[in-house]
Design a protein around this ligand. Structure first.
Ligand SMILES: [Cu+2]
Length: 100
């Protein structure tokens, strides 16, 4: 592939970004995302192992994502706040979801 045009680099973090996707890769949840209350968050798992996106506290959300390109969705909490989450299969995997 030859890139003949200059692509602007627009990967800056923006608090109100419409990004509602989490990509799991190398046993990590990637860059923390901020979503609107009640937003649908899509999770893609690029690892071969299965993962989950499970809220640390309460039952705010719990998505199971099959390995090798599996996807799942969950509904973000309706209450604004910062929600820590983890993978139930790999307790060392941690992420953060901000709702506002
Ligand atoms: Cu995992």
């Amino acid at each position: 592939m030859e890139s003949s045009s200059v692509m602007p680099s627009t990967t800056e973090a923006r608090p109100n970004s419409a990004t509602t996707a989490i990509t799991i890769k190398d046993f990590a949840f990637g860059t923390p995302i901020t979503v609107a209350p009640g937003a649908t968050v899509t999770v893609t798992n690029q690892d071969s192992a299965d993962h989950t996106v499970t809220a640390d506290q309460g039952q705010a959300f719990d998505a199971k994502v099959k390995g090798s390109g599996g996807t799942a969705t969950f509904t973000a909490p309706s209450r604004p706040g910062t929600y820590a989450f983890h993978c139930t299969h790999h307790p060392n995997m941690h992420g953060t979801l901000t709702v506002k």
